[in-house]
Design a protein around this ligand. Structure first.
Ligand code: ACM
Length: 473
């Protein structure tokens, strides 16, 4: 960079420089790539497509002083002159948000997307349903939201402590809410991939409609962990699943539709492990009639996943390789590198420490670990059992999501990243992000009311090897 500044101001979404600001498409560039040229006579931004232009604009926003990111900031601002030639390493730069364990109001979801897009992430995997709450209104199935979206109490901290807050929790998204989320994301080049987790993680739906289950008549689950109450496989229940997926297809233009498929206990099916692969095949057939493909957790590899299914490989690093070996496109999201609910340090003030230690450096070191065109990219997953508000999500996500975004966009070094992180944190300050300070949690970040269950990496690796034994045979 030549340290000669040029003056730029931001007017709504339009960037104005004191010279010209030219934006143009250059099909010779990679689709999401861009070249940003800043000189005293003006700014020239060439993008391989409109997303390349968008990413070049995000870079320009990051070159401006942090104050330029504040609402109502008027400018003009100075940016350094220079030329940046840039393009992403992976086409899938995702983040999953669990809005089932804790409902997040639409405005907070929009803000979450805006921040992710600022970091050039381009997929929001929206985990819409789970045992503890159903968050999407489905025409013809009113009890999903009148019953399934509400629980009477919420567990505080890890399951092993069996503490509850005794307060009802709930909420759901209407079709209009979800269409707003989709449109807001699309304007920021983010694809929203919805997920309704099936045939396990379905207790909220079965609480609403016991006919979907195998005899369970009870409430939406209030404790964390996995319910043993799963869907039955009657024609009526399969029709229900198709109706839900049909509704998702109406709202979400994503070519992939998430059907979950993780952690499905088989006790209620008499231990029959062939039920789930047959179920998944049925759902894939239905989605194909709507021109869509299955997106599922790596458990769906067991017994053979539908040929065009895209796998979210989460149970450690191994399932990414297993998915590729089986010929599937795959998104790597190994828990021990990308699960942002895992604790950020061993500081005793760290809120609800669960999972293995996952520092900023650990997240930065993420790679899918397999070199294949079938690897679409990576995804960070934010499970919200212990995050009841956007403020808590901010704390767990940032700055680790900055590190993750850089790991999937293009490699630099962690050392270099840390030299750029301090000024970046002033940008997060300007954007009002409640990130975890690099110096550690503040007293008010602690959750003595919600104690955790920290794990060691060797223990988790042993557990993961056992969990994926079926994929190794
Ligand atoms: C998962 O973490 N159960 C996908």
């Amino acid at each position: 960079m030549i340290p000669r500044p040029v003056s730029v101001s931001l007017s709504g979404d339009v960037l104005l420089s004191d010279g010209s600001f030219d934006q143009r498409l250059d099909p010779s560039l990679p689709p999401s790539g861009y070249i940003l040229d800043i000189s005293p006579s003006g700014i020239d931004l060439a993008g391989g497509s409109s997303s390349g232009i968008f990413y070049g604009t995000q870079t320009l926003r990051q070159l401006m002083p942090a104050a330029a990111l504040r609402s109502g900031a008027a400018g003009p601002w100075e940016v350094p002159c220079g030329r940046i030639v840039d393009s992403p390493r992976y086409e899938w730069r995702g983040v999953m948000l669990d809005v089932a364990r804790h409902y997040m109001p639409v405005a907070d979801v929009l803000r979450f997307i805006d921040l992710a897009a600022f970091h050039k992430l381009n997929v929001l995997h929206l985990h819409l349903t789970d045992d503890q709450g159903w968050r999407v209104e489905v025409p013809g199935w009113p009890r999903l939201t009148t019953v399934g979206s509400w629980r009477t109490s919420t567990m505080l901290g890890s399951r092993r402590h069996a503490l509850f807050d005794g307060r009802p929790h709930g909420g759901y998204y209407t079709a209009d809410d979800l269409r707003e989320i989709v449109a807001f994301a699309a304007a920021r080049h983010v694809t929203v991939v919805p997920e309704v987790d099936m045939p396990g993680h379905m207790q909220a739906a079965i609480a609403a409609y016991p006919s979907l289950g195998n005899g369970f008549e009870g409430p939406v689950r209030t404790s964390w962990g996995i319910s043993s109450h799963v869907l039955n496989m009657t024609p009526a229940t399969l029709d229900f699943c198709r109706a839900v997926l049909d509704h998702l297809c109406d709202i979400f233009p994503s070519p992939l539709i998430g059907i979950g498929g993780d952690e499905c206990p088989v006790e209620e099916w008499g231990g029959d492990t062939t039920v789930q692969p047959r179920f998944t095949a049925q759902m894939a057939l239905f989605l194909a009639t709507r021109g869509r493909r299955v997106f599922g957790w790596d458990e769906i590899l067991a017994g053979g996943a539908p040929p065009d299914a895209v796998i979210a490989a989460w149970r450690g690093p191994f399932p990414t390789a297993a998915a590729v070996a089986a010929g599937h496109q795959v998104v790597a999201c190994p828990d021990i590198s990308t699960y942002l609910d895992y604790r950020q340090s061993d500081d005793p003030l760290e809120p609800t420490p669960v999972g293995t230690l996952l520092t900023l450096a650990d997240v930065y070191a993420f790679t899918p670990g397999v070199d294949s065109d079938l690897v679409l990219g990576g995804q960070a997953n934010i499970w919200t059992e212990h995050m009841e508000s956007a403020r808590r999500v901010d704390y767990m996500a940032y700055p680790r999501l900055c590190a993750f975004a850089e790991a999937v966009w293009g490699p630099a070094t962690f050392e270099d990243f840390t030299t750029r992180l301090d000024p970046h944190l002033t940008r997060l300050d300007a954007l009002g992000v409640n990130y975890r300070p690099l110096t550690g949690p503040r007293p008010w970040d602690a959750r003595p009311d919600a104690p955790g269950n920290p794990r060691t990496l060797p223990d988790r690796l042993t557990e993961l090897a056992e969990m994926t034994a079926d994929l190794r045979r």
